[in-house]
Design a protein around this ligand. Structure first.
Ligand code: GLA
Length: 394
């Protein structure tokens, strides 16, 4: 917390340095990155997810301008980009600004009274690591537009705008999980989300001195993430299209039970059947995980995390050698309750639930095994569940 407030002051001071000391009023917001505990590749199938907003976030400081212009400064990149609210287009030379531009464009298309602003932002969500730094930037921008414009929009609507901006303006066909958890996460809790109805429930996490969430970064980022992601989406849609002939009325894989799937899977092409089986079983694992966590059954939750990884590796085929090495190393260690890949896959991070007093050993052993087997030095982030996007007072 102290660290976050110090960074907020730093961002505010940068705003003043870059745009002048007369920035009044200066408003500050934060929006966190996330880690998904379980429920992978289920969000765009109308399914269930169980993510956590982490204590790593984007912080944005801004003050209004009267000329309808938006002037942005990315502190970490030492880069600027500006545009008029009258004409919001992509900036190919500052692609980081497109997340902000997209959100502002979609808000203005909803007829909301946006105001111009000077804004500076900085973050400690690792980039391109599968911890949703882009969703955090979108949510920070949306919340800042609301605060500076002085208009009303509730958080779930802001989440929908941010996801739509990523889909239509940035051009990534993601589901709603990342923006939702960045907007509505709660300290000490995971968020169980029904991605169809957007109903959600907070699930208390075990005390942080007993169990820690350790995120391990493989430092690997595959180039084909977007195309492989879109391919998985269309394979799921294909599955629904075929299964509809036998199960009229289904709209998404969410509507298919494992029993029905077993009965009709022979009609699906092999690869489509494997993708569908992952999604259908993963939805059940999320429901079982919520039950296990509520009952304090961490061992059962760990077993479900492992089953999720194996399914993502073997059926959905979105893991990679490095992620497998990382989770296999974790599974071997006493004190690891559960470990799996998290996020879209093909690199990025694993999420691990580790007994509090074993974290030090866990990090040392996983680092050593991973380094020996891959030659890559991984990074570790011991995280706590934090609140979602909010305005900060200094
Ligand atoms: C990415 C997407 C999410 C979700 C995950 C996989 O993080 O942005 O919407 O689909 O992949 O679970």
């Amino acid at each position: 917390m102290a660290d976050m407030l110090n960074r907020a002051k730093m961002v505010r001071d940068k705003l003043w340095q870059v745009f002048g000391n007369n920035q009044k009023p200066t408003r500050i917001v934060k929006a966190p990155g996330r880690v998904n505990l379980i429920g992978e590749h289920t969000d765009y199938n109308d399914g269930f997810v169980l993510p956590v907003a982490v204590d790593r976030e984007i912080i944005m400081a801004a003050s209004p301008r009267d000329d309808g212009e938006v002037h942005l400064y990315a502190v970490d990149l030492d880069a600027k980009s500006s545009f008029s609210l009258e004409r919001i287009e992509r900036d190919p030379h500052a692609s980081w600004s497109n997340y902000i531009r997209g959100v502002l464009l979609l808000l203005s298309q909803r007829g909301l009274p946006l105001r111009g602003m000077n804004a500076a932002f900085s973050g400690d969500v690792p980039l391109a690591a599968g911890m949703s730094s882009s969703a955090a930037l979108e949510m920070a921008s949306g919340l800042m537009a609301k605060v500076i414009g002085g208009f009303d929009i509730d958080m779930v609507e802001l989440v929908k705008v941010a996801q739509a901006a990523e889909n239509t303006f940035v051009g990534v066909n993601c589901g709603i999980m990342d923006q939702f958890i960045s907007g509505l996460g709660k300290k000490g809790h995971a968020l169980f989300l029904d991605c169809r109805s957007l109903d959600y429930d907070l699930v208390p996490l075990p005390p942080t001195d007993e169990y820690k969430i350790v995120i391990a970064n493989t430092m690997v980022k595959r180039g084909l993430v977007d195309s492989a992601y879109n391919e998985r989406r269309s394979q799921c849609e294909k599955g629904v299209e075929i299964l509809k002939e036998y199960l009229p009325g289904i709209k998404a894989l969410r509507d298919v039970s494992l029993a029905d799937f077993d009965e009709y899977k022979e009609h699906l092409p092999d690869v489509v059947a494997r993708r569908c089986e992952h999604v259908i079983a993963e939805n059940e694992r999320v429901l079982a995980s919520v039950k296990a966590l509520r009952a304090g059954d961490i061992a059962e939750f760990g077993r479900l995390m492992r089953a999720s990884h194996e399914s993502l590796r073997d059926l959905y085929e979105v893991s990679c050698k490095e992620l497998d090495i990382m989770v296999e190393a974790a599974w071997e260690i006493t004190g690891t309750c559960g470990a799996r890949m998290t996020g879209a896959g093909f690199g990025g991070c694993t999420v691990n639930l580790v007994e509090g007093d074993r974290v030090h050993d866990f990090v040392a052993v996983v680092r050593d095994v991973y380094q020996k087997k891959t030659g890559i030095t991984p990074e570790f982030y011991v995280c706590e569940a934090e609140d979602g996007a909010t305005e900060l007072e200094l």
